[in-house]
Design a protein around this ligand. Structure first.
Ligand SMILES: NC(=O)c1ccc[n+]([C@@H]2O[C@H](COP(=O)([O-])OP(=O)(O)OC[C@H]3O[C@@H](n4cnc5c(N)ncnc54)[C@H](OP(=O)(O)O)[C@@H]3O)[C@@H](O)[C@H]2O)c1
Length: 264
């Protein structure tokens, strides 16, 4: 564990803080008075981000874990809390995406997607919710996606995992209303390692811009479902109403057709 403690700002844990949106959010929060716990699997990247926070005068510590491994994740959060104190804000951001293949169905990838994207969020909340309920305060955020609102060809597993996150968070939000702030964050395209490479990416944000929006939600204690950027959310609303044939033409995907063997 790497840490430096200065000041007594609120404690925020960000999962998936080794790259992309999570890394940018950890840096943003660290620069704005939060003591930040960074969690993901790649320790060297976590430590590099934590060092950046500390060099800028902030407080940070790291704990490596696979968010889909309940025992490891609970231990990582406990280690961060023993270093920084009780968690005020949990951002369950870590995520995984794999193209859905049809012939054969790549069910191992589907299992990983569900384990990381859904169970990883739930374990992250499990780790901090009892303490938040005792203190009667706290903020729980899950980074979902606009993909939660439409089952897209080639992205069935990813969309299903994010739709499940949205439904889970909605139930939690209603059950915890007036006690804990529960926020489901649904970004559109964001330029990261996971982000789209060779498809059409309207209104794409940088990781820093996405992180700044999430940080604003935390600062304002804004609960509910928050979709951004607004123009992409509108576009997704339109796409979700399109006939299947149009969506199939718009979104490149595996059709399950076996590759044709070359003949001599
Ligand atoms: N990029 C987009 O266009 C976009 C759009 C909407 C929503 N999102 C969501 O935003 C979140 C962050 O993604 P990103 O775009 O920033 O991608 P990214 O740069 O690939 O970052 C993903 C992060 O998740 C961590 N992670 C992945 N699997 C993990 C596991 N099993 N255990 C622990 N950590 C794990 C990775 O760290 P390690 O590899 O070190 O474990 C990394 O820090 C995801 O939930 C994603 O679904 C992304």
């Amino acid at each position: 564990m790497t840490s430096v403690q200065r000041g007594a700002g609120p404690v925020a844990i960000v999962t998936g803080a080794s790259s992309g949106i999570g890394r940018a959010l950890a840096l943003h929060l660290g620069a704005n008075g939060y003591r930040v716990g960074l969690v993901a699997r790649r320790r060297a990247e976590l430590e590099a981000a934590a060092n950046e926070i500390m060099q800028a005068g902030g407080s940070a510590c790291v704990a490596d874990a696979d968010v889909g491994d309940r025992t490891a994740l609970l231990a990582a959060v406990a280690a961060v809390e023993s270093e920084l104190g009780p968690t005020d804000v949990m951002v369950a951001n870590a995520g995984f995406g794999a193209t859905t293949r049809l012939n054969p169905l790549n069910t191992a990838d589907v299992e990983t997607t569900m384990r990381v994207n859904l169970m990883g969020v739930i374990y992250s909340l499990e780790a901090v919710l009892p303490g938040m309920l005792l203190r009667e305060r706290g903020q729980l955020l899950a980074v979902s996606s606009l993909a939660a609102f439409k089952g897209l060809p080639g992205e069935s597993a990813y969309c299903a995992s994010k739709a499940a996150v949205n439904a889970y968070m909605e139930g939690l939000r209603i059950a915890l209303r007036k006690r804990i702030v529960v926020t489901t964050v649904c970004p559109g395209f964001v330029k990261t390692a996971m982000g789209p490479m060779d498809t059409i990416t309207p209104f794409m944000l940088t990781a820093e811009a996405a992180a700044a929006r999430i940080a604003r939600l935390i600062e304002r204690r804004r609960g509910g479902v928050v979709c951004f950027p607004r123009r992409m959310a509108f576009l997704m609303g339109l796409v979700s109403r399109l006939p299947d044939g149009v969506v199939a033409r718009l979104v490149p995907h595996d059709t399950g057709t076996l590759p044709v063997k070359a003949t001599e």
